[in-house]
Design a protein around this ligand. Structure first.
Ligand SMILES: [Zn+2]
Ligand SMILES: [Zn+2]
Length: 650
């Protein structure tokens, strides 16, 4: 018998050679039907792999990431098989699962494939899947593996195999198809009930443009047809919410080829929105005891050599800036931290001064390959809502809790309700790769876990994910379409205080090294606004949105009353504008809807007589007639519902 430990900590005994499916069956038949892959002792195994030792077992379904990975990895095999059905001379290279689906890179030789071929491939794929072929792993010697692919003239697989150790090579067979593979499959192809070939694109072998160009065939598959339909609908919705499209339509930001790729230009409405976001965080940070600092956009190369950032960003990023003086070099700043260390160093500190919390909306520059640039989410210049906290080790616990409060406040005020956190700690088997002594690490890791627990966060602990210089806490938020975004990081750092020789005098009159915390609730203003645009579809919270009200006079006869309404709104600090075009009211309403202005105020003869306004709400329509005072207080109430000052939340 073998002892199997399940994720809930329970231990069950099974016959030797039992499989993951057997374990699932012992729990429930329903689970056994849904289990598509498994992890045994941290390694991916087939659901049919006989288990011969004691160990921990995690069962995966399509609902979790590992399950999806196995599903899509297996689907890539079926796609490759189907491609060979139509293009027997095509050479297969690699075909991994990706975040959404999978791809296969194929050398089609003289043949080619286009979207006209997708339909027939999808149909044949499902024919193949219906064979319910099992995936069977087998070991193969290096010589035999090489011979197999040499016979097929597949130089790509040959090259892959040449890089592998003999004794470490496995093939996967299903139906009449064989592929070089490390394993991790669903039980059989019959589970795949829906497939869509999404697109084809060029890709160089091994990502190197000196190599042959291959065709990357992207696909996605599901256990149910309905899931595919939902996924495609989601993609449609995501297209409508694409921040690049909305940013243009709402005139928030633009890019100019003349200025340069990856360098966003904020238009007046976008700049104002961004300032409101900054003011919002500044107000909260002030309450939380932060002090604003300002530092330049460049620094001496030596500064970044000291910090270690030159080694990371130097050669692969923007090159040093030379001056007329020999041997003088500056770098565009890739990080604000070195500057803030020098801010801390401006005078000696006592433990009584700590914690010091220096905040800055600091713009940094990093070179990204042009192919990697994407709207506001991948840019070459961006502004971090950065802050660095310098504290004693004893203060770490409390500081962490307070930073979490701030991050949760930001999420709550901006409508992100669904989020999880990840605590990244050391790899306990490789402790010597971390800087700083073991005791301080233990304190810091425990401080993060305590703070996350104390704040009721839904978090996971990832061993081995910590940076070499300290543990961290990351927040992942789910947007309205269910997509995950990493926002907000809190990182402990023992490295920079050491490199910059930071110190404070302790109660013992000795010098000690402070702990540094890097934190950015938004991450960067650019990326955050992109995520917010896609999350809200451009319908920002009322306190943040560019225009809160648009006044629509029925005709120019009511210009005077229109101006009165506008003045009263502006006097109450409500952002309003007038659509004075001589268009029909219906047209003006439609345009205001497209521009996602939350409130439309219609004024005509009756309203002027009664001193009222007729109000329409975006997406809801007519909400009735109000006196101007009533309408102003309606807006103020709505704003105060979503924007509660920091520290006053429930
Ligand atoms: Zn495989
Ligand atoms: Zn930093």
């Amino acid at each position: 018998m073998i002892k199997i430990t399940l994720p809930d900590g329970s231990v069950k005994e099974f016959e030797k050679n039992s499989t993951a499916i057997d374990v699932a069956k012992s729990i429930s038949e329903g689970l056994a039907r849904n289990v598509i892959s498994a992890t045994f002792e941290g390694n991916t195994v087939e659901t049919t792999t006989p288990l011969i030792t004691d160990g921990s077992l995690v069962l995966h379904t399509f609902n979790d990431a590992k399950g999806k990975e196995a599903f899509w990895h297996s689907s890539a095999h079926v796609l490759a098989q189907t491609i060979l059905d139509f293009y027997p001379n095509a050479k297969l290279t690699i075909g991994p699962a990706i975040e959404n689906g999978f791809y296969y890179d194929v050398d089609f030789g003289d043949d080619s494939i286009s979207d006209k071929d997708f339909g027939k491939i999808e149909k044949q794929f499902l024919e193949r899947a219906r064979e319910k072929a099992e995936f069977k792993m087998r070991s193969i010697s290096k010589a035999d593996a090489l011979a197999y692919y040499k016979e097929q003239n597949n130089e790509y697989k040959v090259e892959l195999i040449e890089g592998l150790e003999d004794g470490d090579i496995t093939f996967c067979d299903h139906s009449d198809f064989t592929d070089l593979c490390r394993g991790g499959h669903i039980p059989n192809t019959g589970i795949i009930k829906a497939i869509k070939i999404m697109s084809v694109a060029g890709a160089y072998w091994r990502g190197d443009e000196k190599n042959n160009q291959l065709t990357r065939v992207y696909g996605i598959s599901f256990p149910k047809q309905k899931q595919l339909k939902e996924y495609l609908e989601l993609l449609e919705e995501a297209k409508k919410r694409d921040h690049r499209k909305l940013g243009k339509e709402l005139e928030l930001f633009t890019f100019s080829q003349k200025v340069g790729a990856g360098l966003p230009l904020w238009l007046p409405k976008g700049a104002a929105l961004r300032s409101r976001l900054e003011d919002f965080l500044k107000a909260a940070q002030k309450k939380a005891g932060y002090e604003m600092v300002m530092t330049p956009h460049i620094g001496q190369k030596e500064l970044y050599v000291t910090s270690g950032h030159y080694a990371k960003y130097g050669e692969d990023s923007f090159q040093p800036i030379n001056t007329p003086k020999d041997d003088e070099e500056f770098l565009l700043k890739p990080m604000n931290c070195p500057h803030h260390c020098e801010v801390f160093n401006f005078k000696p500190h006592s433990y009584k001064d700590l914690p010091k919390r220096f905040a800055e909306f600091g713009t940094v520059y990093r070179y990204e390959q042009s192919g990697e640039l994407h709207g506001l989410t991948r840019v070459r210049g961006f502004t971090q809502d950065d802050a660095h906290i310098f504290c004693t080790p004893e203060q770490l616990d409390q500081e962490f809790k307070e930073v979490i409060d701030l991050v949760l406040y930001v999420f709550g005020s901006l409508g992100f309700e669904d989020f999880t956190a990840q605590v990244s700690i050391r790899d306990m088997d490789n402790l010597d790769k971390y800087i700083g002594d073991v005791k301080t690490w233990e304190i810091a890791e425990q401080a993060i876990i305590n703070a996350a627990t104390d704040k009721g966060l839904n978090f996971v602990i990832e061993e081995g994910e910590a940076a070499f210089y300290g543990p961290k806490l990351d927040f992942m938020v789910k947007d309205a379409l269910g997509r995950s975004w990493q926002l907000g990081t809190i990182q402990v750092d023992y490295n920079l205080p050491k490199r910059f020789e930071l110190s404070y005098k302790g109660a013992d009159n000795q010098l000690h090294q402070p702990v540094m915390i890097h934190r950015a609730p938004f991450g960067s203003m650019e990326r955050f606004i992109a995520v917010l645009l896609e999350h809200t579809g451009g319908n920002f919270p009322l306190w943040l949105t560019p225009e809160q009200v648009i006044v629509l006079p029925i005709s120019e006869k009511y210009q005077k009353y229109t101006e009165k309404v506008l003045t009263l709104l502006e006097n109450s600090e409500i952002r309003a504008l007038v659509d004075s075009r001589s268009e029909k009211t219906g047209r003006k309403i439609r345009d205001a809807e497209v521009n996602k202005i939350p409130f439309m105020v219609i004024v005509g003869e009756k309203e002027e007589q009664d001193g009222t306004v007729s109000v329409r709400k975006h997406g809801e329509g007519d909400i009735g007639t109000f006196t101007i005072e009533e309408f102003i207080s309606l807006i103020q109430k709505e704003v105060s519902k979503t924007l509660v000052p920091f520290g006053n939340q429930k």
